[in-house]
Design a binder for this molecule. Structure first.
Ligand SMILES: [Zn+2]
Length: 301
């Protein structure tokens, strides 16, 4: 990132990290409603507060949207500065570790809100990383009917089945054939694409029934070719979702109510000193096995 950020004007090098929890160490001038020592997590977005999207409450699509760690110094540090309006109190009964996972889960809850009423629907989620898992919980607690999660390998089967979903390993099972049979040929009502690849976007379209909703959450490294005719010929609707607004509060509530056990999602813990070797380098080799790697900075977790 050599160009100054469009909102903050900052350039690299910056401290990275935007999914975190902590305690308030100090308050800025004029901040009310919070106290030093409060346990908090935060929406890591950086927003202008002035554009039409920000003024309408949809600050996740701010014209100058940025994120801590990309547009300003982030949370892989002892201290991070966060706008008070982006803070969320961690409820009693939810520990610091769990709260650090609320942010990525909130993405799935937000995407689900955008889809409207999905109660009783057959839902397919392609890609079981932390975003896909957030979509799974978002859909589940929005009252979806059956939920099928597809991924490569067996790493997520236990988790998904424990929470009542169906899991398929697409290295062994053909997703399209499976969905056709799973729905008696009706195909899926709702599909979340959580990988960001042309192939999986194409599959998402092909496994969706006429009038279905397809939610794209993946971030695409390469511009995909999209089969617009299949979308258009049966009024399939393509949705997109960006981050979240206030859904961290809902993710924290799910944890408080015992609907999500974040310990099952934190698959590895490292410290700032061991982050490169035990975190990043480990992830390069063992990425698919991992859901969320927690960096324990304060030793409080
Ligand atoms: Zn804005």
């Amino acid at each position: 990132m050599k160009k100054p950020h469009r909102l903050t004007g900052r350039v690299a090098p910056l401290t990275i990290g935007h999914e975190f929890s902590g305690r308030i160490e100090a308050l800025g001038d004029g901040v009310t409603g919070w106290n030093v020592g409060d346990r908090v997590t935060a929406n890591g977005s950086l927003t202008c507060g002035k554009c039409e999207a920000c003024r309408s409450g949809r600050y996740n699509i701010c014209q100058k949207l940025g994120f801590l760690g990309v547009g300003d110094d982030g949370a892989f540090a002892d201290y991070v500065v966060v706008e008070a309006a982006k803070l969320f109190a961690i409820p009693d009964g939810v520990d610091q570790r769990s709260a650090a996972v609320a942010e990525p889960l909130a993405c799935g809850v937000h995407a689900t809100h955008l889809l409207g009423d999905i109660r009783g629907k057959d839902v397919v989620i392609i890609g079981p990383g932390i975003i896909g898992i957030g979509a799974f919980f978002g859909a589940k607690y929005a009252g979806a009917g059956r939920i099928l999660v597809s991924g490569v390998g067996e790493y997520r089967r236990e988790l998904i089945e424990k929470y009542g979903g169906t899991y398929i390993d697409v290295s062994k099972v053909d997703l399209e054939e499976y969905v056709a049979s799973w729905t008696d040929g009706r195909l899926a009502d709702v599909v979340y694409e959580c990988l960001g690849a042309e192939k999986t976007l194409d599959q998402a379209i092909r496994i969706s029934k006429p009038g279905a909703k397809i939610m794209v959450m993946g971030v695409f490294g390469k511009k995909p070719v999209v089969d617009m005719n299949t979308l258009q010929e049966a009024e399939r609707v393509l949705y997109t979702s960006q981050a979240h607004v206030n859904e961290i509060a809902e993710a924290l509530d799910f944890m408080k109510e015992g609907k999500i056990n974040a310990d099952e999602l934190i698959t590895r813990e490292v410290t700032l000193d061991t982050l490169v070797e035990d975190g990043f380098e480990y992830l390069i080799k063992h990425g698919p096995e991992q859901i969320k790697v927690l960096i324990n900075i304060s030793g409080e977790c």
